[in-house]
Write a protein that binds this ligand. Structure first.
Ligand code: AMP
Length: 493
Protein backbone atom coordinates (compact mmCIF):
# COMPACT_ATOMS: atom_id res chain seq x y z
CA UNK A 1 0.00 0.00 0.00
CA UNK A 2 1.28 3.49 -0.87
CA UNK A 3 1.75 5.95 1.99
CA UNK A 4 2.16 9.71 1.84
CA UNK A 5 5.74 9.21 2.97
CA UNK A 6 6.44 7.38 -0.33
CA UNK A 7 5.46 10.27 -2.57
CA UNK A 8 8.41 12.65 -2.15
CA UNK A 9 6.68 15.35 -0.11
CA UNK A 10 8.80 17.33 2.35
CA UNK A 11 8.54 16.86 6.09
CA UNK A 12 6.51 19.96 6.98
CA UNK A 13 3.78 18.84 4.61
CA UNK A 14 3.91 15.27 5.86
CA UNK A 15 3.55 16.63 9.40
CA UNK A 16 0.51 18.66 8.38
CA UNK A 17 -1.02 15.52 6.87
CA UNK A 18 -0.24 13.51 9.98
CA UNK A 19 -1.99 16.19 12.05
CA UNK A 20 -5.07 15.57 9.91
CA UNK A 21 -4.64 11.82 10.34
CA UNK A 22 -4.20 11.31 6.63
CA UNK A 23 -1.73 8.49 6.05
CA UNK A 24 -2.88 6.76 2.90
CA UNK A 25 -3.20 8.84 -0.28
CA UNK A 26 -6.31 8.49 -2.39
CA UNK A 27 -5.68 7.11 -5.92
CA UNK A 28 -5.52 10.56 -7.51
CA UNK A 29 -3.09 11.75 -4.83
CA UNK A 30 -0.86 8.71 -5.28
CA UNK A 31 -0.76 9.29 -9.03
CA UNK A 32 -0.63 13.07 -9.16
CA UNK A 33 1.68 14.11 -6.32
CA UNK A 34 4.98 12.66 -7.62
CA UNK A 35 4.29 14.05 -11.11
CA UNK A 36 3.32 17.53 -9.96
CA UNK A 37 6.44 17.65 -7.75
CA UNK A 38 8.56 17.36 -10.90
CA UNK A 39 6.94 20.50 -12.30
CA UNK A 40 5.12 18.70 -15.09
CA UNK A 41 1.66 19.78 -16.27
CA UNK A 42 -1.23 17.58 -15.25
CA UNK A 43 -4.62 16.78 -16.69
CA UNK A 44 -6.80 15.22 -14.01
CA UNK A 45 -10.18 13.71 -14.68
CA UNK A 46 -11.71 13.57 -11.27
CA UNK A 47 -14.65 14.89 -9.39
CA UNK A 48 -14.84 16.38 -5.92
CA UNK A 49 -14.73 13.76 -3.23
CA UNK A 50 -11.74 11.99 -4.73
CA UNK A 51 -9.18 13.99 -2.77
CA UNK A 52 -8.10 16.08 -5.75
CA UNK A 53 -7.60 19.27 -3.76
CA UNK A 54 -4.74 17.70 -1.81
CA UNK A 55 -3.54 16.06 -5.03
CA UNK A 56 -2.72 19.44 -6.55
CA UNK A 57 -2.24 21.53 -3.43
CA UNK A 58 0.34 19.43 -1.54
CA UNK A 59 2.96 19.16 -4.28
CA UNK A 60 2.37 22.77 -5.35
CA UNK A 61 2.94 24.06 -1.82
CA UNK A 62 6.07 21.96 -1.65
CA UNK A 63 7.36 23.52 -4.84
CA UNK A 64 6.49 27.04 -3.68
CA UNK A 65 8.31 26.46 -0.38
CA UNK A 66 11.46 25.05 -1.97
CA UNK A 67 13.04 27.42 -2.69
CA UNK A 68 11.00 30.02 -0.88
CA UNK A 69 10.59 33.19 -2.92
CA UNK A 70 8.74 35.99 -1.18
CA UNK A 71 5.94 37.45 -3.31
CA UNK A 72 6.08 41.20 -3.73
CA UNK A 73 3.15 43.62 -3.74
CA UNK A 74 0.17 42.48 -5.83
CA UNK A 75 2.06 39.48 -7.17
CA UNK A 76 0.69 35.98 -7.01
CA UNK A 77 2.78 32.81 -7.27
CA UNK A 78 0.04 30.21 -7.55
CA UNK A 79 -3.49 30.85 -8.79
CA UNK A 80 -6.32 28.37 -8.32
CA UNK A 81 -9.47 29.18 -10.29
CA UNK A 82 -12.66 27.59 -9.02
CA UNK A 83 -16.23 27.99 -10.28
CA UNK A 84 -18.05 28.77 -7.04
CA UNK A 85 -17.47 30.76 -3.89
CA UNK A 86 -17.98 27.72 -1.70
CA UNK A 87 -15.45 25.66 -3.57
CA UNK A 88 -12.98 28.55 -3.57
CA UNK A 89 -13.20 28.96 0.19
CA UNK A 90 -12.90 25.24 0.75
CA UNK A 91 -9.78 25.05 -1.38
CA UNK A 92 -8.26 28.00 0.48
CA UNK A 93 -9.11 26.39 3.80
CA UNK A 94 -7.39 23.16 2.72
CA UNK A 95 -4.37 25.12 1.48
CA UNK A 96 -4.04 26.88 4.84
CA UNK A 97 -4.27 23.58 6.68
CA UNK A 98 -1.62 21.94 4.54
CA UNK A 99 0.62 25.02 4.67
CA UNK A 100 0.48 25.28 8.45
CA UNK A 101 4.15 24.33 8.90
CA UNK A 102 5.53 26.33 6.00
CA UNK A 103 5.38 30.04 5.93
CA UNK A 104 3.30 30.49 2.78
CA UNK A 105 0.54 33.02 2.44
CA UNK A 106 -2.87 31.93 1.16
CA UNK A 107 -5.72 34.21 0.10
CA UNK A 108 -9.14 33.78 -1.40
CA UNK A 109 -11.29 36.21 -3.40
CA UNK A 110 -14.76 35.73 -4.82
CA UNK A 111 -17.78 37.75 -5.77
CA UNK A 112 -20.41 38.70 -3.23
CA UNK A 113 -17.86 40.17 -0.85
CA UNK A 114 -16.75 43.79 -0.60
CA UNK A 115 -14.45 44.52 -3.57
CA UNK A 116 -12.15 46.61 -1.38
CA UNK A 117 -11.53 43.65 0.86
CA UNK A 118 -10.36 41.61 -2.13
CA UNK A 119 -8.04 44.46 -3.12
CA UNK A 120 -6.59 44.55 0.39
CA UNK A 121 -6.24 40.77 0.48
CA UNK A 122 -3.92 40.72 -2.52
CA UNK A 123 -2.17 44.05 -1.92
CA UNK A 124 0.92 42.59 -0.29
CA UNK A 125 1.19 39.73 -2.74
CA UNK A 126 0.39 36.10 -2.01
CA UNK A 127 1.96 32.71 -2.49
CA UNK A 128 -1.42 31.14 -3.20
CA UNK A 129 -4.59 32.85 -4.35
CA UNK A 130 -7.83 30.94 -4.82
CA UNK A 131 -10.34 32.90 -6.87
CA UNK A 132 -13.52 32.75 -8.86
CA UNK A 133 -12.88 34.07 -12.39
CA UNK A 134 -15.19 37.10 -12.24
CA UNK A 135 -13.75 38.62 -9.09
CA UNK A 136 -10.21 37.92 -10.27
CA UNK A 137 -10.84 39.90 -13.44
CA UNK A 138 -12.30 42.74 -11.39
CA UNK A 139 -8.98 42.90 -9.58
CA UNK A 140 -7.10 42.76 -12.86
CA UNK A 141 -9.20 45.61 -14.24
CA UNK A 142 -8.47 47.67 -11.16
CA UNK A 143 -4.76 46.89 -11.53
CA UNK A 144 -4.92 45.51 -8.01
CA UNK A 145 -3.22 42.26 -8.96
CA UNK A 146 -0.22 41.24 -11.01
CA UNK A 147 -0.24 37.78 -12.58
CA UNK A 148 2.86 38.30 -14.70
CA UNK A 149 5.09 36.19 -12.43
CA UNK A 150 2.68 33.37 -11.84
CA UNK A 151 4.41 30.02 -11.38
CA UNK A 152 1.49 27.61 -11.04
CA UNK A 153 -2.00 27.85 -12.54
CA UNK A 154 -4.74 25.46 -11.43
CA UNK A 155 -8.09 25.24 -13.18
CA UNK A 156 -10.43 23.29 -10.95
CA UNK A 157 -13.81 21.92 -12.05
CA UNK A 158 -13.14 23.13 -15.58
CA UNK A 159 -16.34 21.61 -16.97
CA UNK A 160 -18.39 23.48 -14.42
CA UNK A 161 -16.58 26.72 -15.24
CA UNK A 162 -17.57 26.22 -18.83
CA UNK A 163 -21.16 25.43 -17.89
CA UNK A 164 -21.28 28.65 -15.92
CA UNK A 165 -20.16 30.66 -18.89
CA UNK A 166 -16.67 31.45 -17.60
CA UNK A 167 -15.00 30.57 -20.89
CA UNK A 168 -14.19 34.14 -21.89
CA UNK A 169 -12.97 34.96 -18.41
CA UNK A 170 -10.72 31.89 -18.47
CA UNK A 171 -9.27 32.81 -21.84
CA UNK A 172 -8.55 36.33 -20.64
CA UNK A 173 -6.90 35.12 -17.48
CA UNK A 174 -4.73 32.59 -19.26
CA UNK A 175 -3.52 35.40 -21.55
CA UNK A 176 -2.37 37.34 -18.50
CA UNK A 177 -0.17 34.66 -17.01
CA UNK A 178 3.32 33.75 -18.23
CA UNK A 179 3.68 31.06 -20.88
CA UNK A 180 6.39 29.50 -18.77
CA UNK A 181 4.35 28.05 -15.92
CA UNK A 182 3.05 24.80 -14.54
CA UNK A 183 -0.62 24.17 -15.30
CA UNK A 184 -2.84 21.71 -13.48
CA UNK A 185 -6.22 21.17 -15.05
CA UNK A 186 -9.06 19.25 -13.42
CA UNK A 187 -12.44 18.35 -14.75
CA UNK A 188 -15.04 15.79 -13.73
CA UNK A 189 -15.97 15.14 -17.33
CA UNK A 190 -14.06 15.51 -20.55
CA UNK A 191 -16.41 16.68 -23.30
CA UNK A 192 -14.87 18.00 -26.51
CA UNK A 193 -14.84 21.64 -25.44
CA UNK A 194 -12.92 20.79 -22.27
CA UNK A 195 -10.44 18.65 -24.15
CA UNK A 196 -9.80 21.57 -26.52
CA UNK A 197 -9.19 23.90 -23.59
CA UNK A 198 -6.86 21.39 -21.99
CA UNK A 199 -4.95 20.99 -25.25
CA UNK A 200 -4.58 24.76 -25.50
CA UNK A 201 -3.41 25.33 -21.93
CA UNK A 202 -1.30 22.29 -21.08
CA UNK A 203 2.10 21.28 -22.35
CA UNK A 204 2.81 17.58 -22.54
CA UNK A 205 0.67 16.85 -19.51
CA UNK A 206 0.64 13.68 -17.47
CA UNK A 207 -2.90 12.37 -17.37
CA UNK A 208 -4.61 10.89 -14.35
CA UNK A 209 -8.15 9.70 -14.31
CA UNK A 210 -9.88 8.41 -11.23
CA UNK A 211 -13.27 7.44 -9.96
CA UNK A 212 -15.18 6.84 -13.12
CA UNK A 213 -18.74 7.82 -12.41
CA UNK A 214 -19.82 4.27 -11.75
CA UNK A 215 -17.52 3.85 -8.76
CA UNK A 216 -19.21 6.54 -6.76
CA UNK A 217 -22.58 5.40 -7.92
CA UNK A 218 -21.83 1.90 -6.69
CA UNK A 219 -21.31 3.06 -3.13
CA UNK A 220 -24.67 4.80 -2.93
CA UNK A 221 -27.94 3.04 -2.21
CA UNK A 222 -30.19 4.63 -4.82
CA UNK A 223 -33.89 4.60 -5.46
CA UNK A 224 -36.52 6.56 -7.31
CA UNK A 225 -40.12 7.34 -6.43
CA UNK A 226 -42.68 8.41 -9.00
CA UNK A 227 -44.72 11.32 -7.71
CA UNK A 228 -46.59 14.34 -9.02
CA UNK A 229 -44.56 17.54 -8.96
CA UNK A 230 -47.04 19.27 -6.65
CA UNK A 231 -46.79 16.45 -4.13
CA UNK A 232 -43.03 16.24 -3.91
CA UNK A 233 -42.86 18.46 -0.83
CA UNK A 234 -45.19 16.17 1.06
CA UNK A 235 -43.06 13.20 0.09
CA UNK A 236 -39.90 14.99 1.20
CA UNK A 237 -41.46 16.01 4.51
CA UNK A 238 -42.58 12.48 5.19
CA UNK A 239 -39.21 11.09 4.20
CA UNK A 240 -37.35 13.42 6.54
CA UNK A 241 -39.75 12.70 9.38
CA UNK A 242 -39.57 8.96 9.13
CA UNK A 243 -35.93 8.25 8.39
CA UNK A 244 -32.77 8.54 10.38
CA UNK A 245 -30.97 11.43 8.77
CA UNK A 246 -27.58 12.76 9.72
CA UNK A 247 -27.45 15.40 7.02
CA UNK A 248 -29.64 15.60 3.94
CA UNK A 249 -28.71 17.61 0.89
CA UNK A 250 -31.77 18.28 -1.26
CA UNK A 251 -31.37 19.38 -4.87
CA UNK A 252 -33.86 21.72 -6.44
CA UNK A 253 -33.79 22.75 -10.08
CA UNK A 254 -34.53 26.41 -9.41
CA UNK A 255 -33.71 29.01 -6.77
CA UNK A 256 -37.36 29.85 -6.33
CA UNK A 257 -38.14 26.15 -5.96
CA UNK A 258 -35.43 25.82 -3.30
CA UNK A 259 -36.93 28.67 -1.27
CA UNK A 260 -40.38 27.16 -1.57
CA UNK A 261 -39.16 23.80 -0.29
CA UNK A 262 -37.61 25.55 2.71
CA UNK A 263 -40.86 27.35 3.50
CA UNK A 264 -42.80 24.10 3.28
CA UNK A 265 -40.37 22.20 5.49
CA UNK A 266 -40.23 24.99 8.03
CA UNK A 267 -44.04 25.13 8.09
CA UNK A 268 -44.02 21.40 8.80
CA UNK A 269 -41.62 21.96 11.69
CA UNK A 270 -38.41 20.83 9.99
CA UNK A 271 -35.47 23.19 10.15
CA UNK A 272 -33.99 23.80 6.71
CA UNK A 273 -32.12 26.46 4.80
CA UNK A 274 -31.43 27.06 1.14
CA UNK A 275 -28.23 27.89 -0.64
CA UNK A 276 -28.35 29.34 -4.14
CA UNK A 277 -27.17 32.22 -6.25
CA UNK A 278 -29.78 34.71 -4.99
CA UNK A 279 -28.62 34.37 -1.42
CA UNK A 280 -26.10 36.86 -0.15
CA UNK A 281 -22.64 35.61 0.65
CA UNK A 282 -23.19 35.81 4.43
CA UNK A 283 -26.46 33.88 4.05
CA UNK A 284 -24.72 31.21 2.02
CA UNK A 285 -21.88 30.94 4.48
CA UNK A 286 -24.21 30.75 7.47
CA UNK A 287 -26.39 28.08 5.89
CA UNK A 288 -23.37 26.03 4.93
CA UNK A 289 -21.76 26.42 8.35
CA UNK A 290 -24.98 25.37 10.10
CA UNK A 291 -25.20 22.36 7.78
CA UNK A 292 -21.58 21.42 8.39
CA UNK A 293 -21.89 21.59 12.16
CA UNK A 294 -25.11 19.60 12.05
CA UNK A 295 -27.09 22.49 13.51
CA UNK A 296 -29.22 22.56 10.37
CA UNK A 297 -29.34 19.02 9.00
CA UNK A 298 -31.33 19.79 5.85
CA UNK A 299 -29.86 21.97 3.14
CA UNK A 300 -31.71 22.73 -0.07
CA UNK A 301 -29.38 23.62 -2.90
CA UNK A 302 -29.27 24.31 -6.57
CA UNK A 303 -26.55 22.55 -8.53
CA UNK A 304 -24.37 25.56 -8.94
CA UNK A 305 -24.31 26.43 -5.27
CA UNK A 306 -23.73 22.84 -4.27
CA UNK A 307 -20.87 22.21 -6.62
CA UNK A 308 -17.78 21.40 -4.66
CA UNK A 309 -19.45 21.57 -1.28
CA UNK A 310 -17.36 19.29 0.84
CA UNK A 311 -19.30 18.17 3.86
CA UNK A 312 -18.57 14.85 5.41
CA UNK A 313 -21.47 12.99 6.92
CA UNK A 314 -24.07 13.75 4.27
CA UNK A 315 -26.15 10.63 4.87
CA UNK A 316 -28.82 11.38 2.28
CA UNK A 317 -29.00 13.13 -1.05
CA UNK A 318 -32.48 13.91 -2.30
CA UNK A 319 -33.00 14.67 -5.96
CA UNK A 320 -36.17 16.66 -5.42
CA UNK A 321 -36.03 17.51 -9.11
CA UNK A 322 -34.14 15.37 -11.57
CA UNK A 323 -31.28 17.19 -13.26
CA UNK A 324 -31.46 17.96 -16.96
CA UNK A 325 -27.85 16.93 -17.44
CA UNK A 326 -27.47 13.27 -16.44
CA UNK A 327 -23.83 13.67 -15.29
CA UNK A 328 -25.16 16.10 -12.72
CA UNK A 329 -27.00 13.23 -11.09
CA UNK A 330 -23.68 11.51 -10.50
CA UNK A 331 -22.17 14.68 -9.01
CA UNK A 332 -25.15 15.12 -6.76
CA UNK A 333 -25.23 11.65 -5.31
CA UNK A 334 -21.44 11.79 -4.94
CA UNK A 335 -22.07 14.27 -2.09
CA UNK A 336 -23.07 11.35 0.08
CA UNK A 337 -20.18 9.11 -0.79
CA UNK A 338 -17.30 11.37 0.20
CA UNK A 339 -13.91 9.91 0.97
CA UNK A 340 -15.02 6.30 0.72
CA UNK A 341 -18.23 6.59 2.74
CA UNK A 342 -21.52 5.10 1.64
CA UNK A 343 -24.85 6.84 1.55
CA UNK A 344 -28.43 6.92 0.41
CA UNK A 345 -29.73 8.81 -2.60
CA UNK A 346 -33.40 9.10 -3.33
CA UNK A 347 -34.94 10.80 -6.33
CA UNK A 348 -38.41 12.06 -7.04
CA UNK A 349 -39.58 11.72 -10.62
CA UNK A 350 -42.66 13.58 -11.88
CA UNK A 351 -44.35 12.42 -15.10
CA UNK A 352 -42.56 15.02 -17.21
CA UNK A 353 -39.15 14.02 -15.80
CA UNK A 354 -39.32 10.46 -17.14
CA UNK A 355 -37.06 11.44 -19.99
CA UNK A 356 -34.46 12.76 -17.52
CA UNK A 357 -34.65 9.46 -15.66
CA UNK A 358 -34.04 7.54 -18.85
CA UNK A 359 -30.94 9.64 -19.56
CA UNK A 360 -29.64 9.13 -16.02
CA UNK A 361 -30.08 5.39 -16.23
CA UNK A 362 -28.26 5.35 -19.54
CA UNK A 363 -25.37 7.39 -18.18
CA UNK A 364 -24.95 5.40 -14.99
CA UNK A 365 -25.65 2.16 -16.82
CA UNK A 366 -27.97 1.00 -14.11
CA UNK A 367 -31.69 0.96 -13.45
CA UNK A 368 -32.77 2.73 -10.32
CA UNK A 369 -34.77 0.69 -7.84
CA UNK A 370 -38.31 2.00 -7.64
CA UNK A 371 -39.66 2.83 -4.19
CA UNK A 372 -43.43 3.03 -3.95
CA UNK A 373 -45.05 6.03 -2.30
CA UNK A 374 -44.73 5.41 1.42
CA UNK A 375 -47.50 4.64 3.85
CA UNK A 376 -49.08 7.85 5.10
CA UNK A 377 -48.29 9.71 1.89
CA UNK A 378 -51.88 10.79 1.15
CA UNK A 379 -52.28 12.07 4.70
CA UNK A 380 -48.98 13.96 4.33
CA UNK A 381 -50.24 15.61 1.14
CA UNK A 382 -53.41 16.73 2.91
CA UNK A 383 -51.47 17.89 5.96
CA UNK A 384 -49.14 20.00 3.85
CA UNK A 385 -52.07 21.61 2.06
CA UNK A 386 -53.49 22.74 5.37
CA UNK A 387 -50.23 24.31 6.53
CA UNK A 388 -49.80 28.01 6.10
CA UNK A 389 -46.45 28.81 4.60
CA UNK A 390 -44.27 31.62 5.78
CA UNK A 391 -44.32 34.43 3.24
CA UNK A 392 -41.58 34.46 0.66
CA UNK A 393 -38.90 37.14 0.92
CA UNK A 394 -40.76 39.19 -1.68
CA UNK A 395 -44.06 38.88 0.21
CA UNK A 396 -42.28 39.90 3.38
CA UNK A 397 -40.87 43.01 1.80
CA UNK A 398 -44.26 43.87 0.35
CA UNK A 399 -46.03 43.56 3.67
CA UNK A 400 -43.42 45.53 5.55
CA UNK A 401 -42.39 42.37 7.36
CA UNK A 402 -38.77 42.53 6.33
CA UNK A 403 -35.95 41.27 8.43
CA UNK A 404 -35.12 43.16 11.53
CA UNK A 405 -31.60 44.11 12.26
CA UNK A 406 -29.67 42.75 15.16
CA UNK A 407 -30.27 44.98 18.11
CA UNK A 408 -33.68 46.03 16.93
CA UNK A 409 -36.09 45.77 19.80
CA UNK A 410 -33.31 45.65 22.32
CA UNK A 411 -31.82 42.22 21.83
CA UNK A 412 -29.70 40.66 19.22
CA UNK A 413 -31.17 38.11 16.91
CA UNK A 414 -28.97 35.96 14.81
CA UNK A 415 -29.80 36.44 11.18
CA UNK A 416 -28.77 32.96 10.10
CA UNK A 417 -30.71 29.74 10.14
CA UNK A 418 -32.03 28.66 13.49
CA UNK A 419 -31.20 25.36 15.01
CA UNK A 420 -32.90 22.57 13.14
CA UNK A 421 -35.26 20.00 14.55
CA UNK A 422 -36.76 22.42 17.00
CA UNK A 423 -39.20 20.78 19.31
CA UNK A 424 -42.61 21.30 17.83
CA UNK A 425 -44.03 24.41 19.42
CA UNK A 426 -41.66 24.18 22.34
CA UNK A 427 -39.16 26.82 23.26
CA UNK A 428 -35.58 25.98 23.04
CA UNK A 429 -34.35 29.21 24.51
CA UNK A 430 -37.29 30.21 26.66
CA UNK A 431 -37.86 33.17 24.35
CA UNK A 432 -40.58 31.78 22.18
CA UNK A 433 -40.36 30.00 18.90
CA UNK A 434 -38.44 31.65 16.14
CA UNK A 435 -38.26 30.96 12.50
CA UNK A 436 -34.97 30.04 10.89
CA UNK A 437 -34.04 33.64 10.27
CA UNK A 438 -34.49 34.59 13.86
CA UNK A 439 -37.93 36.08 13.49
CA UNK A 440 -40.82 35.01 15.67
CA UNK A 441 -42.59 32.31 13.70
CA UNK A 442 -45.85 33.40 12.22
CA UNK A 443 -47.28 29.94 12.17
CA UNK A 444 -45.59 27.96 14.88
CA UNK A 445 -46.52 24.35 15.28
CA UNK A 446 -48.67 23.50 18.24
CA UNK A 447 -47.00 21.61 21.07
CA UNK A 448 -47.41 17.92 20.70
CA UNK A 449 -48.90 18.28 17.23
CA UNK A 450 -49.10 15.01 15.37
CA UNK A 451 -46.91 14.40 12.40
CA UNK A 452 -48.35 15.91 9.26
CA UNK A 453 -49.24 12.48 7.97
CA UNK A 454 -51.15 11.65 11.12
CA UNK A 455 -49.08 8.51 11.61
CA UNK A 456 -47.42 7.43 14.83
CA UNK A 457 -43.72 8.18 14.85
CA UNK A 458 -41.72 5.23 13.81
CA UNK A 459 -38.83 4.06 11.77
CA UNK A 460 -40.23 2.24 8.83
CA UNK A 461 -38.53 0.32 6.14
CA UNK A 462 -38.51 2.02 2.81
CA UNK A 463 -40.94 0.44 0.39
CA UNK A 464 -39.23 -1.69 -2.17
CA UNK A 465 -37.15 -3.49 0.39
CA UNK A 466 -34.54 -0.79 0.99
CA UNK A 467 -33.76 -0.30 4.63
CA UNK A 468 -34.54 3.22 5.71
CA UNK A 469 -31.30 3.55 7.59
CA UNK A 470 -27.87 4.01 6.17
CA UNK A 471 -25.98 1.00 4.96
CA UNK A 472 -23.33 1.57 7.63
CA UNK A 473 -25.86 1.17 10.38
CA UNK A 474 -26.35 4.75 11.45
CA UNK A 475 -24.17 6.37 14.05
CA UNK A 476 -25.72 9.29 15.86
CA UNK A 477 -28.37 10.07 13.31
CA UNK A 478 -31.89 10.92 14.30
CA UNK A 479 -35.14 10.83 12.45
CA UNK A 480 -36.73 14.19 11.95
CA UNK A 481 -39.59 13.45 14.26
CA UNK A 482 -39.54 14.86 17.71
CA UNK A 483 -40.12 13.32 21.09
CA UNK A 484 -42.11 14.90 23.84
CA UNK A 485 -38.96 16.03 25.54
CA UNK A 486 -38.58 18.40 22.66
CA UNK A 487 -35.41 16.67 21.59
CA UNK A 488 -35.24 14.87 18.31
CA UNK A 489 -36.56 11.43 19.08
CA UNK A 490 -34.55 8.31 18.48
CA UNK A 491 -35.81 5.95 15.88
CA UNK A 492 -38.82 4.11 17.16
CA UNK A 493 -39.79 0.80 15.76
P1 AMP B 1 -11.72 16.71 -2.37
O1 AMP B 1 -11.98 15.73 -3.45
O2 AMP B 1 -10.44 17.38 -2.51
O3 AMP B 1 -12.89 17.66 -2.22
O4 AMP B 1 -11.63 15.90 -0.97
C1 AMP B 1 -12.70 15.17 -0.46
C2 AMP B 1 -12.57 14.91 1.02
O5 AMP B 1 -11.62 13.88 1.29
C3 AMP B 1 -12.12 16.11 1.84
O6 AMP B 1 -12.90 16.16 3.02
C4 AMP B 1 -10.69 15.81 2.18
O7 AMP B 1 -10.29 16.45 3.37
C5 AMP B 1 -10.71 14.30 2.32
N1 AMP B 1 -9.42 13.68 1.99
C6 AMP B 1 -8.58 14.07 1.01
N2 AMP B 1 -7.49 13.27 0.98
C7 AMP B 1 -7.65 12.36 1.96
C8 AMP B 1 -6.86 11.27 2.42
N3 AMP B 1 -5.71 10.94 1.85
N4 AMP B 1 -7.32 10.55 3.46
C9 AMP B 1 -8.51 10.85 4.02
N5 AMP B 1 -9.31 11.87 3.63
C10 AMP B 1 -8.89 12.62 2.61
Amino acid sequence: MTHFTDLGLSKPLLDALAAKNYTVPTPIQAQAIPTVLTGRDLLGIAQTGTGKTAAFMLPSLDRLANPRVHPIAKRIRMLVLAPTRELASQIAESARTYARNINLTVGVVFGGTAPNKSVRDVARGLDVLVATPGRLLDLVDQRAIDLSRLEILVLDEADQMLDLGFIHALKRIVNLVPKQRQTLFFSATMPKAIKQLADAYLTNPAEVSVTPAATTVDRVDQSITFVNQAEKSALLTLFLQTNEIERALVFSRTKHGADKIVRQLVAAGIGAAAIHGNKSQPQREKALAAFKTGQMPVLIATDIAARGIDVTGVSHVVNFDLPDVPEQYVHRIGRTARAGATGIAIAFCSPDERINLRDIERTTRQKLAVSALPEGFNAAVQALKSLKLAPSARDERGSGGGRRDAGHGGHRRPSGPRVAIQPTGERRDGQGERSRDGQPQRHPQRPGAPRPDGQPQRHPQRPGGHPAHRPDGGGNKRPFNRGRSGRPARAQV
